[in-house]
Design a binder for this molecule. Sequence first.
Ligand code: CA
Length: 479
Amino acid sequence: MENTVIFQTFEWNSPSDGTFYDNLAAKAQELKELAVAAVWLPPAMKGVSPFDVGYTAYDIWDLGEFEQHGERRTKYGTVWQLRACIEALHEAGIQVFADLVYNHKGGADYTERCEAVPVNPDNRLEEVGKPREIEAWTGFNFPGRQGQYSDFVWNFNHFTGVDFDQLTGESGIFRILGENKTWAPDTDKEHGNFDYLMNADINHSHPEVREELIRNALWLIEEFGYDGFRLDAIKHISAEFIKELQARVRERYPETQFIGEYWQGSEAPLSAYLKFTDYNLRLFDVPLHFNLQAAASDPDYDYAKLFAGTLLQDSPLNSITFVDNHDSQPGQSLESWVAEEFRELANALILLKRDAYPCIFAGDFYGLEGSEYGGLGERLRLLLELRRDYAYGEEEVFLAEAGAYGIIRHGDEEHPGKLIFAFSRNGERELEVMLGEEYAGRTFLDRSNQEAEVEYRVDDDGVLRCQLEADQTVYLVTV
Ligand code: CA
């Protein structure tokens, strides 16, 4: 089987002109040739404006079909452009993942009076005022859609909290009161309880809400042919609900893939989540992202610890490795950008290492709009080709120390070529890679050097010797 990747097709500042789906559809064949097996599309659901990246989910049943919040289309296009895009991707044999924003809703149609209590933003279990009546933006009846696909009208019972009281003009976190109503207990423990993230926080313990969301996910598969879901902000959503969502979707569509965004730099909560959800989903490898960021900023970083505490090392089958995403890019809410001089190496590390399922970022493909960063261009293409053609079989780490790292991929029956990937960031190094006598006399070509054909010959003892300059990277492949 071929080595494949997922492609995150958008960055935060992708153009808002409604041509996104058309442009992506036109690239389907090119992506297929680079072994992209699946694309992660931006949230298709209607947000609060045509400039909304999609994470202020207003209407989960309007994918750019109804005149709501100022425009029929979303930032990315109309529902008809979306359908054509999915069709083009499917024709090229690429799977399509939808981004499900099921934690909160924004852009309510009207306010409602309800009982609520203000809580401490740093410890949401602590009440910092008396229960009182507030005026909350929790009424959603979607006048532009008129009940098509779903006649569900959202009210304050369907939400656990809001961040604004219209009555007093006060901002804060207000927990909405009701019988047996609390923050979901099975969310992240940061800030006491991290159920609340933003906007009107959905109450996943409400049976009608659960049915509405599950029905929506099934409809997305039935109507649009999605092959999987990227679940937004799951550390803020009842884990038990996510478990049921998966089970109910897979009951009807067993092949559906789930990738969760659980933004947490330490591995323990991620491992606990995987265990609780019976290892039925994959999680973005956030600990590895932070390790890559640390390595990027330190030329003497110790590569012996790069994979310590990551999902790639401890739960490889459930790990989605990535370098950055639309939230971690400069200026965004989870900013933790891997420095530009290290981006090629960071991508090489996730693409050429064994195991996991890497997700490459639109920002590295095309650059970040409105920034100096123009992406990796041909260098990323090279890495994808090396992954597709050579990153198979056993892996041997022959160098892992302060400032330098090196691995060899031995290939497999279908892909017998060998790949040696090594770099030094803090000085010259003499590499000696033992390949065995059967490789004596064989030649390796350095694909990193695209200007000249630099070759290395394995000596009679089966050792490949290569002088690495400071800040040099080699991708040596058998010829
Ligand atoms: Ca929540």
